[in-house]
Design a protein around this ligand. Structure first.
Ligand SMILES: *Cc1c(COP(=O)(O)O)cnc(C)c1O
Length: 435
């Protein structure tokens, strides 16, 4: 998808590899003031660390604490009446957050709901969209697969009486490579699509940082009658998404990585309108998914009457205090807009890629695709030798990155609070550490 973005012009297409140029990029950056909206972890010297770990946990917006105080005061002063009284009553607390969440994933507001955790939402979605038959019961995932997704998918297969050893199909990089070629995804769907009930892919692979063409996967998989869902843990708040237009059946994501909503934050879930409006679709139900008009009925003979839209998959009533950070953080996304964020993010990561390419060390390689359209903000570095020592040295120099055994660093500068100068500092520190 080409980026047609007015904010693009704020960022240059070519770089000079110097500290002065890094400073220049920061001065020109229209989003530079947003860094002040976050608490930045500091090192022993009291200076902010170079925090490139938002692929694991985004930083805390300063707006969270005051908003939390406000809800706590409301609870103290209103008790149960807080559901319907005061500003932003709890009963409709979802409404503002879900609009922003919908913008972030390219959906209509009624296609999105914030609830549970990511893996729980994947299970709820599979309860509806994984409808195996003896002939068509396989699940296709990308490999390496995030452990939680693997446990979830395997347990779904076993629950339905299938052996994961042959019912779980994966598509992975070719031997010696790190990226999954688009034609390999297409060819497994062509050769085995008739056996596959569900395609469940990451939007951006957590390890390699490869961004998949979700529209193409959706269209191809649908041609073989497979349901299609995406785990957007590394995509939401990171890359452009158009879930509605792409015709994706369902998706789920966590809000604590690129969306900065706090550890274990309430997760997001997308159900395509075409399914959301079908009350006959089976699901694991609870009172909060029911039509509010009959939600409280106590008769034994009252049948579950789902609300239209993604709301109909809610089970419990929403955890308001856990939604406070979601509300505080997503308000920033609402203010900045996903286009502006993506424009800066593309430039920030290209700047990182440029500086790493300048460093001609043979001791590491970048395994994430070089094409900005095939990645988000993360670059994954494969360190050929003594990766643990490199990690320790980076840590010593105030860099917070992430290490995956045996030898992969995942580095993610993000547009809301990382600077071009931090990227420059990281690249020069790495060069020093690698010698
Ligand atoms: C982070 C992540 C998860 C985490 O799942 P939770 O249910 O939020 O603990 C799952 N899948 C992927 C791909 C992830 O990156």
């Amino acid at each position: 998808m080409p980026d047609q973005n007015p904010n693009r012009s704020a960022y240059p297409a070519t770089f000079e590899p110097s500290e002065a140029f890094a400073r220049h990029l920061d001065e020109q950056d229209p989003l530079r003031s947003y860094r002040d909206r976050f608490h930045l972890p500091v090192g022993r010297d009291g200076k902010p660390l170079i925090y490139f770990c938002s692929h694991s946990l985004g930083l805390e917006p300063k707006a969270v604490a005051p908003l939390m105080q406000e809800e706590l005061r409301k609870w103290a002063s209103l008790g149960v009446k807080g559901h319907f009284e005061g500003e932003s009553p709890w009963y409709t607390y979802q409404e503002t957050v879900r609009r922003t969440a919908a913008d972030i994933v390219g959906a209509k507001p009624n296609e999105v709901i914030l609830m549970n955790g990511l893996t729980v939402n994947l299970h709820l979605m599979m309860a509806t969209f994984y409808r195996p038959t003896p002939q068509k019961h396989k699940i296709l995932v990308d490999e390496p697969t995030f452990p939680s997704d693997l446990y979830a998918v395997k347990s779904q297969l076993s629950y339905h009486g299938f052996d994961p050893a042959n019912a779980l199909l994966t598509v992975k990089p070719r031997p010696g490579e790190h990226i999954i070629p688009a034609e390999d995804i297409e060819s497994i769907l062509k050769s085995r699509g008739e056996e596959i009930a569900l395609v469940l892919f990451g939007g951006v692979n957590f390890l390699s940082g490869q961004r998949f063409d979700l529209q193409h996967i959706t269209v191809t998989a649908h041609a073989y009658g497979c349901a299609v869902g995406f785990d957007l843990a590394h995509s939401a708040g990171n890359v452009m998404l158009r879930l509605h237009d792409w015709g994706v059946d369902f998706a789920a994501w966590c809000n604590y990585k690129y969306l900065n909503c706090g550890p274990g934050a309430v997760a997001g879930c997308f159900v395509n309108e075409q399914h959301g409006n079908n009350p006959n679709l089976g699901r694991f139900a609870g009172w909060w998914g029911n039509n509010p008009a009959t939600r409280f009925r106590m008769q034994l003979d009252s049948d579950f009457a789902p609300q239209p839209g993604a709301d109909g998959w809610q089970v419990s009533n929403p955890p308001i205090l856990a939604l406070v950070p979601v509300r505080a953080s997503l308000a920033i996304y609402d203010e900045v807009g996903v286009d502006a964020l993506r424009a800066k993010s593309a430039c920030l990561t290209s700047w990182l890629a440029h500086l790493l390419a300048e460093n001609r060390s043979a001791r590491f390689q970048v395994i994430t695709p070089a094409n900005p359209q095939e990645r988000g903000c993360q670059l994954s570095l494969l360190i050929h030798e003594r990766a643990r020592e490199v990690l320790a040295a980076l840590d010593e120099n105030g860099v917070v990155a992430d290490f995956r055994e045996p030898n992969i660093f995942r580095v993610a500068p993000v547009p809301l609070y990382n600077t071009f100068h931090e990227v420059w500092q990281f690249a020069s520190t790495l060069a020093k550490v690698l010698g």
